[in-house]
Write a protein that binds this ligand. Sequence first.
Ligand code: ZN
Length: 441
Amino acid sequence: MDMEELTPTIEELKRVLEGKADEDTIVRELDTYINVYRSTLEAAKRGIVRKYGGEELEFVSGDGVKKKVERIEGNEQNVDLTVKVLHAEKREITARGEPKTILTGIIGDDTGTIPFTSWETDRFNLEKGGTYNIRSAYAKTWNDRPQINLGKRTEVEADASEIEVPQRVISYSAKEVKLSELMDGMGNVNVTAKVLSVGPKDITVRGEPKTIFTGTLADESGKVEFSSWGEFPHEEGEALRIENAYVRAFRGIPQLNLGERVSITRVDDDIGELEDLESSTPRSIGELEEVGGGLDVLVRGTIVDIRNGSGLIRRCPECRRSVLNDECITHGRVEAQQDLRIKAVIDDGGGALTCIVNRELSEALSGISMGEAQRMTEEHHDPDVVAKEMERRLLARAAEMRGNVVSDEYGMMMIAQDAKVVDVDVRADAKRLLDELEAML
Ligand SMILES: [Zn+2]
């Protein structure tokens, strides 16, 4: 079961528990019940409610409720709608490390419009202008606005009726978003952010030379690279209100584009010192999966796997790719060079992310130097001995990683620019959880 499907349950538990457990706790508990104890969803919900002292009887029943669009609140688990599709487009995302095609857009009825996401593009063919009966959809809130999700349980059938959607609500109202919420394909975006760096860049557009301005913006939620296609008379350190920008991703990292329609004004209200923006708080891996990547992101979680390809490896001197038996797929037989690397999977309870850690950081993280790694490998006649020792030292440790999070055909990964084990005693944490469970049974 993926987190997307669990969102209504999380919302429901938050409501029922009335602040007795925060979202991170609920997500972690659900994950433990479902993935470790293999409980059913119902059993997990009951267990969590019992544990944190909520009223057990407040759960919504399983039958779908027929609703008009304007009555969608964003916490419906099972809702039926009859709607017209006003806009629909396919989008490639990475969910749990797997490439996936989803369909997003706007649907509406005679009461209003609402964004939707279909996670099952193979099963539903929703076309612009068509009217459909949707059964067993679920709703959640994104950027403070409710949105409809079509998941595994959802059924869709075409409807012959014609729906009049009121004009006034079709307008794609500009969205005020945090930089961490920027997602490929967004238009009409408003942000308030500080300029961390900016400079001119010469490019060629349709054979013509052109100077644009590129740089980095930051707010308290994260950072983003931007390109301004027109004038940009602003300097490092200025706080700006940017309206009507749009987002395109490069290798999964959302980038903000300031095009012809953009309006930029300087704002005086302080949005934080630059130093504070530099040391941003950790991002949730689940959220990163929703947007596909990010610039200079901090994540904090538990190291749950040291993947193949960690330890002492050999690289082609030409292309730096790792090679087996000194054969590069591009350069043939080469005099390979040794390198040290860790591919660590870090899990923050909401998702998992593979972090690629370079030699210098691997040495610091594992305490194994290049020289020691070479000696260990020779002594044990085992090419995997270093990886095994790294695993022994790092598995189940809490760690903090910082770097760019990119997506490609292999999924989402972080190129670590900083990596360290942090002083959270995961074992003590796990023991506490078990004690609590035992006390409950
Ligand atoms: Zn090569």
